[in-house]
Design a protein around this ligand. Structure first.
Ligand code: NAD
Ligand code: TYD
Length: 340
Protein backbone atom coordinates (compact mmCIF):
# COMPACT_ATOMS: atom_id res chain seq x y z
CA UNK A 1 0.00 0.00 0.00
CA UNK A 2 0.95 3.65 -0.36
CA UNK A 3 1.24 5.53 2.92
CA UNK A 4 1.26 9.32 2.85
CA UNK A 5 3.20 10.61 5.86
CA UNK A 6 2.86 14.33 6.56
CA UNK A 7 5.51 16.04 8.69
CA UNK A 8 8.01 13.30 7.86
CA UNK A 9 11.00 15.67 7.95
CA UNK A 10 10.39 16.34 11.65
CA UNK A 11 11.28 14.33 14.73
CA UNK A 12 8.64 11.60 15.03
CA UNK A 13 7.65 11.65 11.34
CA UNK A 14 11.20 10.91 10.18
CA UNK A 15 11.55 8.09 12.69
CA UNK A 16 8.23 6.74 11.38
CA UNK A 17 9.43 6.91 7.76
CA UNK A 18 12.59 4.95 8.67
CA UNK A 19 10.58 2.45 10.70
CA UNK A 20 8.01 1.82 7.94
CA UNK A 21 10.57 1.44 5.15
CA UNK A 22 12.37 -1.06 7.33
CA UNK A 23 9.36 -2.99 8.60
CA UNK A 24 7.28 -3.12 5.38
CA UNK A 25 9.44 -3.40 2.29
CA UNK A 26 6.36 -3.81 0.05
CA UNK A 27 4.85 -0.42 1.05
CA UNK A 28 5.48 2.89 -0.68
CA UNK A 29 6.04 5.89 1.59
CA UNK A 30 5.32 9.40 0.34
CA UNK A 31 6.40 12.16 2.69
CA UNK A 32 4.78 15.58 2.51
CA UNK A 33 6.48 18.29 4.54
CA UNK A 34 6.54 22.09 4.29
CA UNK A 35 10.08 22.18 5.77
CA UNK A 36 9.32 24.76 8.44
CA UNK A 37 12.08 25.59 10.94
CA UNK A 38 11.38 22.14 12.47
CA UNK A 39 11.68 20.17 9.25
CA UNK A 40 15.08 19.06 8.06
CA UNK A 41 15.62 17.41 4.71
CA UNK A 42 19.09 16.30 5.78
CA UNK A 43 17.40 13.96 8.25
CA UNK A 44 15.80 12.08 5.35
CA UNK A 45 18.99 11.86 3.27
CA UNK A 46 19.51 8.11 4.02
CA UNK A 47 16.22 7.27 2.25
CA UNK A 48 16.08 9.90 -0.49
CA UNK A 49 17.34 7.44 -3.13
CA UNK A 50 15.15 4.57 -1.95
CA UNK A 51 12.71 3.75 -4.82
CA UNK A 52 9.98 3.02 -2.25
CA UNK A 53 10.21 6.58 -0.95
CA UNK A 54 9.27 10.00 -2.33
CA UNK A 55 9.59 13.41 -0.71
CA UNK A 56 7.24 16.26 -1.67
CA UNK A 57 7.77 19.74 -0.27
CA UNK A 58 4.25 21.03 0.34
CA UNK A 59 2.11 22.67 2.99
CA UNK A 60 -0.87 20.71 4.32
CA UNK A 61 -2.96 23.89 4.35
CA UNK A 62 -2.45 24.23 0.56
CA UNK A 63 -5.49 22.50 -0.95
CA UNK A 64 -4.23 22.54 -4.55
CA UNK A 65 -0.88 21.08 -3.50
CA UNK A 66 -2.57 18.32 -1.48
CA UNK A 67 -4.86 17.45 -4.40
CA UNK A 68 -1.87 17.25 -6.73
CA UNK A 69 -0.11 14.78 -4.40
CA UNK A 70 -3.26 12.66 -4.09
CA UNK A 71 -3.77 12.69 -7.90
CA UNK A 72 -0.20 11.55 -8.42
CA UNK A 73 0.18 9.07 -5.60
CA UNK A 74 -3.33 7.82 -4.78
CA UNK A 75 -2.43 7.04 -1.15
CA UNK A 76 -4.31 4.26 0.64
CA UNK A 77 -3.45 5.54 4.09
CA UNK A 78 -2.62 9.01 5.45
CA UNK A 79 -0.75 9.51 8.73
CA UNK A 80 -0.82 13.14 9.82
CA UNK A 81 2.24 14.14 11.87
CA UNK A 82 2.54 17.63 10.35
CA UNK A 83 2.07 20.21 13.07
CA UNK A 84 3.53 23.10 14.93
CA UNK A 85 4.61 21.19 18.02
CA UNK A 86 6.34 23.40 20.57
CA UNK A 87 4.29 24.71 23.52
CA UNK A 88 6.60 27.68 24.20
CA UNK A 89 6.31 28.88 20.60
CA UNK A 90 2.51 28.56 20.79
CA UNK A 91 2.51 30.87 23.80
CA UNK A 92 4.52 33.46 21.85
CA UNK A 93 2.54 33.20 18.59
CA UNK A 94 -0.61 31.01 18.48
CA UNK A 95 -1.73 31.89 14.92
CA UNK A 96 0.44 29.47 12.96
CA UNK A 97 -0.62 26.67 15.35
CA UNK A 98 -4.27 27.25 14.52
CA UNK A 99 -3.53 27.37 10.82
CA UNK A 100 -1.40 24.25 10.49
CA UNK A 101 -2.84 22.10 13.26
CA UNK A 102 -6.54 22.81 12.68
CA UNK A 103 -6.99 24.12 9.13
CA UNK A 104 -4.24 21.87 7.78
CA UNK A 105 -5.91 18.79 9.27
CA UNK A 106 -9.26 19.82 7.76
CA UNK A 107 -7.73 20.39 4.30
CA UNK A 108 -6.05 16.99 4.43
CA UNK A 109 -9.29 15.27 5.42
CA UNK A 110 -11.23 17.09 2.66
CA UNK A 111 -8.67 15.78 0.20
CA UNK A 112 -9.05 12.28 1.64
CA UNK A 113 -12.81 12.51 1.17
CA UNK A 114 -12.43 13.70 -2.41
CA UNK A 115 -9.99 10.99 -3.51
CA UNK A 116 -10.96 8.17 -1.11
CA UNK A 117 -8.62 6.47 1.37
CA UNK A 118 -8.88 3.43 3.61
CA UNK A 119 -7.54 5.18 6.71
CA UNK A 120 -6.77 8.69 7.96
CA UNK A 121 -4.69 8.52 11.14
CA UNK A 122 -4.33 11.63 13.27
CA UNK A 123 -1.22 11.79 15.45
CA UNK A 124 -2.43 13.61 18.54
CA UNK A 125 -1.07 14.17 22.02
CA UNK A 126 -1.85 13.47 25.66
CA UNK A 127 -1.74 17.26 26.14
CA UNK A 128 -5.37 17.42 24.94
CA UNK A 129 -6.34 16.08 28.40
CA UNK A 130 -4.75 19.03 30.23
CA UNK A 131 -2.78 18.05 33.30
CA UNK A 132 -3.00 15.95 36.48
CA UNK A 133 -2.14 17.09 40.01
CA UNK A 134 1.32 16.22 41.34
CA UNK A 135 -0.08 14.79 44.59
CA UNK A 136 -2.43 12.23 42.96
CA UNK A 137 -0.14 9.55 41.48
CA UNK A 138 -3.18 7.26 41.28
CA UNK A 139 -4.70 9.35 38.45
CA UNK A 140 -4.00 8.68 34.75
CA UNK A 141 -5.38 9.87 31.41
CA UNK A 142 -7.68 7.32 29.80
CA UNK A 143 -9.40 7.70 26.43
CA UNK A 144 -12.51 8.77 28.42
CA UNK A 145 -10.75 11.65 30.21
CA UNK A 146 -12.44 14.91 29.16
CA UNK A 147 -10.55 17.21 26.81
CA UNK A 148 -9.36 20.15 28.90
CA UNK A 149 -6.49 22.02 27.31
CA UNK A 150 -3.98 24.50 28.74
CA UNK A 151 -1.86 25.96 25.91
CA UNK A 152 -2.60 27.25 22.41
CA UNK A 153 -0.67 24.19 21.18
CA UNK A 154 -2.81 21.66 23.03
CA UNK A 155 -5.99 23.56 22.17
CA UNK A 156 -5.12 23.43 18.48
CA UNK A 157 -4.42 19.68 18.69
CA UNK A 158 -7.68 19.10 20.59
CA UNK A 159 -9.58 21.11 17.97
CA UNK A 160 -8.11 18.90 15.26
CA UNK A 161 -9.16 15.76 17.18
CA UNK A 162 -12.74 17.05 17.40
CA UNK A 163 -12.73 17.75 13.65
CA UNK A 164 -11.38 14.26 12.94
CA UNK A 165 -14.22 12.67 14.92
CA UNK A 166 -16.72 14.99 13.23
CA UNK A 167 -15.50 13.94 9.76
CA UNK A 168 -15.92 10.32 10.85
CA UNK A 169 -19.45 10.78 12.12
CA UNK A 170 -20.66 13.18 9.43
CA UNK A 171 -18.92 11.89 6.30
CA UNK A 172 -17.96 8.37 7.38
CA UNK A 173 -14.23 9.13 6.91
CA UNK A 174 -12.34 6.05 8.19
CA UNK A 175 -10.28 7.68 10.93
CA UNK A 176 -8.24 6.69 13.96
CA UNK A 177 -6.54 8.93 16.54
CA UNK A 178 -3.57 8.25 18.82
CA UNK A 179 -2.67 10.42 21.81
CA UNK A 180 0.90 9.86 22.86
CA UNK A 181 2.96 11.05 25.80
CA UNK A 182 6.31 12.90 25.45
CA UNK A 183 8.65 11.25 22.95
CA UNK A 184 12.44 11.22 23.05
CA UNK A 185 15.09 9.78 20.74
CA UNK A 186 17.16 10.64 17.62
CA UNK A 187 16.39 13.68 15.44
CA UNK A 188 14.41 15.65 18.03
CA UNK A 189 14.75 19.38 17.45
CA UNK A 190 16.96 20.91 20.17
CA UNK A 191 14.27 23.30 21.42
CA UNK A 192 12.62 20.42 23.35
CA UNK A 193 13.70 19.49 26.87
CA UNK A 194 15.97 16.47 26.34
CA UNK A 195 17.95 17.55 23.23
CA UNK A 196 18.16 21.14 24.48
CA UNK A 197 19.70 20.00 27.75
CA UNK A 198 22.12 17.63 25.99
CA UNK A 199 23.25 20.36 23.55
CA UNK A 200 23.68 22.98 26.28
CA UNK A 201 25.57 20.58 28.56
CA UNK A 202 27.94 19.63 25.73
CA UNK A 203 28.56 23.34 25.08
CA UNK A 204 28.94 24.10 28.83
CA UNK A 205 25.99 26.49 28.63
CA UNK A 206 23.42 26.96 31.45
CA UNK A 207 20.61 24.37 31.53
CA UNK A 208 17.37 26.40 31.87
CA UNK A 209 14.94 24.51 34.12
CA UNK A 210 11.46 26.07 34.29
CA UNK A 211 10.14 26.78 37.80
CA UNK A 212 11.41 24.21 40.28
CA UNK A 213 11.79 21.41 37.74
CA UNK A 214 9.10 19.38 39.50
CA UNK A 215 6.74 19.02 36.54
CA UNK A 216 6.27 15.42 35.49
CA UNK A 217 6.15 14.00 31.97
CA UNK A 218 5.59 10.38 30.85
CA UNK A 219 8.47 9.62 28.44
CA UNK A 220 8.31 7.16 25.55
CA UNK A 221 11.12 6.16 23.17
CA UNK A 222 10.14 7.34 19.69
CA UNK A 223 10.42 3.91 18.04
CA UNK A 224 7.81 2.52 20.46
CA UNK A 225 5.46 5.29 19.33
CA UNK A 226 6.09 4.40 15.66
CA UNK A 227 5.30 0.73 16.35
CA UNK A 228 2.07 1.66 18.10
CA UNK A 229 0.90 3.78 15.14
CA UNK A 230 1.76 0.98 12.71
CA UNK A 231 -0.34 -1.47 14.77
CA UNK A 232 -3.26 0.97 14.84
CA UNK A 233 -3.09 1.42 11.05
CA UNK A 234 -3.16 -2.31 10.42
CA UNK A 235 -5.37 -3.68 13.20
CA UNK A 236 -7.52 -1.02 14.87
CA UNK A 237 -11.17 -0.53 13.93
CA UNK A 238 -12.04 2.87 12.41
CA UNK A 239 -13.42 5.51 14.73
CA UNK A 240 -11.19 4.46 17.65
CA UNK A 241 -8.84 6.57 19.77
CA UNK A 242 -5.83 5.08 21.58
CA UNK A 243 -3.64 6.51 24.31
CA UNK A 244 0.06 5.62 23.94
CA UNK A 245 2.44 5.84 26.88
CA UNK A 246 4.84 3.73 28.83
CA UNK A 247 4.20 4.30 32.55
CA UNK A 248 7.50 6.13 32.66
CA UNK A 249 6.96 9.29 34.67
CA UNK A 250 9.94 11.50 35.42
CA UNK A 251 10.38 14.94 36.98
CA UNK A 252 12.17 17.38 34.64
CA UNK A 253 14.93 18.02 37.16
CA UNK A 254 15.69 14.30 37.44
CA UNK A 255 16.08 14.03 33.66
CA UNK A 256 18.38 17.05 33.60
CA UNK A 257 20.54 15.58 36.40
CA UNK A 258 20.70 12.24 34.60
CA UNK A 259 21.90 13.92 31.37
CA UNK A 260 24.60 15.87 33.26
CA UNK A 261 25.74 12.74 35.03
CA UNK A 262 25.98 10.73 31.80
CA UNK A 263 27.95 13.52 30.11
CA UNK A 264 30.24 13.99 33.12
CA UNK A 265 29.17 17.62 33.53
CA UNK A 266 28.66 19.54 36.75
CA UNK A 267 25.21 20.24 38.25
CA UNK A 268 26.26 23.87 38.66
CA UNK A 269 25.18 24.25 35.00
CA UNK A 270 21.52 23.93 36.13
CA UNK A 271 19.80 27.33 36.10
CA UNK A 272 16.27 27.73 37.40
CA UNK A 273 14.39 30.20 35.19
CA UNK A 274 10.92 31.80 35.14
CA UNK A 275 8.24 29.17 34.77
CA UNK A 276 6.30 28.59 31.52
CA UNK A 277 2.89 30.36 31.50
CA UNK A 278 0.08 27.89 32.26
CA UNK A 279 2.68 25.12 32.75
CA UNK A 280 1.01 21.69 32.89
CA UNK A 281 2.00 19.90 36.09
CA UNK A 282 1.86 16.22 35.24
CA UNK A 283 1.05 14.01 32.26
CA UNK A 284 0.48 10.28 32.77
CA UNK A 285 -1.06 7.84 30.32
CA UNK A 286 -3.06 4.73 31.04
CA UNK A 287 -2.20 2.55 28.00
CA UNK A 288 -4.54 -0.32 28.94
CA UNK A 289 -6.70 -0.02 25.80
CA UNK A 290 -3.91 -0.30 23.23
CA UNK A 291 -2.32 -3.11 25.24
CA UNK A 292 -5.56 -5.11 25.51
CA UNK A 293 -6.88 -4.45 21.99
CA UNK A 294 -3.66 -4.50 19.96
CA UNK A 295 -1.09 -6.17 22.24
CA UNK A 296 1.16 -3.08 22.24
CA UNK A 297 3.69 -2.60 25.00
CA UNK A 298 6.69 -0.26 25.07
CA UNK A 299 9.91 -2.17 24.42
CA UNK A 300 12.61 0.36 25.32
CA UNK A 301 13.23 1.01 29.02
CA UNK A 302 13.95 4.66 29.84
CA UNK A 303 17.37 3.77 31.29
CA UNK A 304 18.38 2.30 27.91
CA UNK A 305 16.54 4.79 25.71
CA UNK A 306 18.09 7.85 27.32
CA UNK A 307 21.60 6.40 26.94
CA UNK A 308 20.91 5.58 23.26
CA UNK A 309 19.58 9.12 22.79
CA UNK A 310 22.53 10.86 24.47
CA UNK A 311 24.95 8.70 22.48
CA UNK A 312 23.10 9.60 19.26
CA UNK A 313 23.47 13.33 19.97
CA UNK A 314 27.15 12.75 20.76
CA UNK A 315 27.74 10.97 17.47
CA UNK A 316 25.57 13.34 15.36
CA UNK A 317 26.97 16.65 16.55
CA UNK A 318 26.91 18.10 13.06
CA UNK A 319 23.16 17.48 12.72
CA UNK A 320 22.21 19.57 15.76
CA UNK A 321 25.09 22.04 15.55
CA UNK A 322 23.87 23.02 12.07
CA UNK A 323 20.45 23.70 13.59
CA UNK A 324 21.62 25.72 16.57
CA UNK A 325 24.05 27.80 14.56
CA UNK A 326 21.49 29.69 12.44
CA UNK A 327 18.13 31.24 13.22
CA UNK A 328 17.96 29.22 16.40
CA UNK A 329 20.28 31.78 18.05
CA UNK A 330 17.59 34.47 17.64
CA UNK A 331 14.94 32.09 18.95
CA UNK A 332 17.08 31.24 21.97
CA UNK A 333 17.76 34.89 22.82
CA UNK A 334 14.07 35.72 22.48
CA UNK A 335 12.82 32.81 24.59
CA UNK A 336 15.50 32.61 27.26
CA UNK A 337 17.19 36.04 27.24
CA UNK A 338 14.75 37.68 29.64
CA UNK A 339 13.88 34.58 31.61
CA UNK A 340 16.61 34.15 34.22
P1 NAD B 1 8.31 18.40 14.85
O1 NAD B 1 8.04 19.84 15.17
O2 NAD B 1 9.65 17.83 15.09
O3 NAD B 1 7.97 18.14 13.30
C1 NAD B 1 6.86 18.69 12.66
C2 NAD B 1 7.06 18.54 11.15
O4 NAD B 1 5.88 19.03 10.50
C3 NAD B 1 8.24 19.34 10.59
O5 NAD B 1 8.98 18.54 9.70
C4 NAD B 1 7.59 20.51 9.87
O6 NAD B 1 8.34 20.98 8.77
C5 NAD B 1 6.27 19.88 9.43
N1 NAD B 1 5.22 20.88 9.22
C6 NAD B 1 4.88 21.90 10.06
N2 NAD B 1 3.88 22.62 9.51
C7 NAD B 1 3.58 22.05 8.32
C8 NAD B 1 2.62 22.31 7.31
N3 NAD B 1 1.77 23.34 7.40
N4 NAD B 1 2.57 21.49 6.23
C9 NAD B 1 3.44 20.46 6.11
N5 NAD B 1 4.37 20.16 7.03
C10 NAD B 1 4.44 20.94 8.13
O7 NAD B 1 7.17 17.61 15.63
P2 NAD B 1 7.21 16.15 16.29
O8 NAD B 1 7.71 16.27 17.66
O9 NAD B 1 7.84 15.19 15.34
O10 NAD B 1 5.65 15.84 16.38
C11 NAD B 1 4.97 15.21 15.30
C12 NAD B 1 3.50 15.04 15.68
O11 NAD B 1 3.39 14.28 16.87
C13 NAD B 1 2.79 16.37 15.96
O12 NAD B 1 1.50 16.29 15.41
C14 NAD B 1 2.74 16.44 17.48
O13 NAD B 1 1.62 17.17 17.90
C15 NAD B 1 2.61 14.97 17.84
N6 NAD B 1 3.16 14.57 19.15
C16 NAD B 1 4.45 14.90 19.49
C17 NAD B 1 4.95 14.46 20.73
C18 NAD B 1 6.38 14.76 21.12
O14 NAD B 1 6.77 14.42 22.25
N7 NAD B 1 7.21 15.32 20.27
C19 NAD B 1 4.14 13.72 21.59
C20 NAD B 1 2.83 13.41 21.20
C21 NAD B 1 2.36 13.83 19.97
P1 TYD C 1 8.93 20.14 26.19
O1 TYD C 1 10.05 19.30 25.70
O2 TYD C 1 8.75 21.51 25.62
O3 TYD C 1 7.60 19.27 26.03
P2 TYD C 1 6.08 19.55 26.57
O4 TYD C 1 6.00 20.91 27.13
O5 TYD C 1 5.28 19.41 25.33
O6 TYD C 1 5.84 18.48 27.59
O7 TYD C 1 9.08 20.31 27.77
C1 TYD C 1 9.09 19.18 28.62
C2 TYD C 1 9.12 19.69 30.05
O8 TYD C 1 10.38 20.36 30.27
C3 TYD C 1 8.05 20.74 30.37
O9 TYD C 1 7.59 20.54 31.70
C4 TYD C 1 8.77 22.06 30.25
C5 TYD C 1 10.20 21.73 30.68
N1 TYD C 1 11.26 22.53 30.04
C6 TYD C 1 12.23 23.17 30.84
O10 TYD C 1 12.21 23.08 32.08
N2 TYD C 1 13.20 23.91 30.23
C7 TYD C 1 13.26 24.04 28.87
O11 TYD C 1 14.17 24.76 28.36
C8 TYD C 1 12.29 23.37 28.06
C9 TYD C 1 12.32 23.48 26.58
C10 TYD C 1 11.32 22.61 28.70
Amino acid sequence: MTVLVTGGAGFIGSNFVFYMLDAHSDDRIVCVDALTYAGNLETLSPVMDNPAFRFVKADITDRAAMEKVFEEEKPDVVVNFAAESHVDRSIEDPGVFLNTNIIGTAVLMDTCRKYGISRFHQVSTDEVYGDLPLDRPDLFFTEETPIHTSSPYSSSKASADLLVMAYHRTYGLPVTISRCSNNYGPYQFPEKLIPLMIANALNDKPLPVYGKGENVRDWLYVEDHCKAIDLILRHAPVGETYNIGGHNEMRNIDIVRLILQRLGKDESLITYVTDRKGHDLRYAIDPTKIHKDLGWLPETKFADGIVKTIDWYLSHREWWENIISGDYQNYYRKMYGSRS
